[in-house]
Ligand binder design. Sequence first.
Ligand SMILES: NC(=O)c1ccc[n+]([C@@H]2O[C@H](COP(=O)([O-])OP(=O)(O)OC[C@H]3O[C@@H](n4cnc5c(N)ncnc54)[C@H](O)[C@@H]3O)[C@@H](O)[C@H]2O)c1
Length: 303
Amino acid sequence: MVTIKLYPTLDEKVAVLTGAARGIGKAVSDALIENNCKVVIGDILEKEGQEVVDAYNEKAGLKVAAFIRTDVTKYSDNIALFKLAETEFGGVDIALMNAGIVTGADSMFTPLDDATENRIIDVNAAAMIKGTKVALLHMAKRGGGSIVLVSSMAGIYSAPNLASYNASKHAVVGYTRSFQLMPSICNVRVNALCPFWIETELTAKFCNSDYEKFPYAKVISRCRYATMECLVEGFMTLTTDESRNTQTLKVLPDGLEIEQAPVVPDSFSGSADRETLAQFIPAAIAVGKHELAEALARYEQQR
Ligand SMILES: NC(=O)c1ccc[n+]([C@@H]2O[C@H](COP(=O)([O-])OP(=O)(O)OC[C@H]3O[C@@H](n4cnc5c(N)ncnc54)[C@H](O)[C@@H]3O)[C@@H](O)[C@H]2O)c1
């Protein structure tokens, strides 16, 4: 049972969560509901997702949650998910991009199969980009917001036997670090959570693997886990602390820890003349604002 802290600034906020029919996503969703937020859940698990929101609505005695079947790899599904939040609850303030998988593509000697290889990158990496781009438009319209992407410790370190998973989660960390200017463009912050092992169906799948074929499973089943409580606190910290942007926050058995971004080498930007660098940022913000206005106009026309 996760003890849920209360954060007054979350009162009446609207959150969209992917992969929240169970596991980490559901734990965050439970905490948001306890904090008097409205939640909209998108997942491929229709029965489980619907049951989660039915339980919230029944307990509240009014509509505080909605579910829509969402395959996060499809732009059309991401758009329908965020639009549902708008029609049901008036807009989107918070997003958790969490849906993720492990697949048989994780060994380096699996069959040379396009579909398996593409699937893990599509769900764990490309879908984070698609969901974030849709979220940005909805939050920009709203005047701002906070997006948390779920990467993994495998997005920082590369565990053996998890090659494709490592690649997909590293992509999420790199993507998250690209949003330095977004608060100035549309008041949206983007951060990532990098959990260590946490007990869910995903880790159970690892632990139930055949040790002969996947010796790393023994390591996973024996090492210390991070708690779901710590994960939820990490999400709440990134969401409510307005000074946080482009951060990767590790969720460890001993608590939360920021993973510092690598320092840019002098040869990359230090050698450019200072005036050029000083001009770059306002120019890039102006371009970003112009592109956002065009993107919003396109998005409205598509409706
Ligand atoms: N549990 C851990 O130890 C751990 C550690 C690091 C990172 N993570 C990451 O946390 C996230 C959640 O994992 P979890 O442990 O709760 O696993 P989980 O398997 O319990 O939950 C994942 C959820 O994502 C949903 N999902 C999968 N593919 C989807 C798709 N295409 N579209 C929509 N929904 C989809 C599933 O139906 C499920 O509800 C994942 O991104 C995972 O990689 C987990």
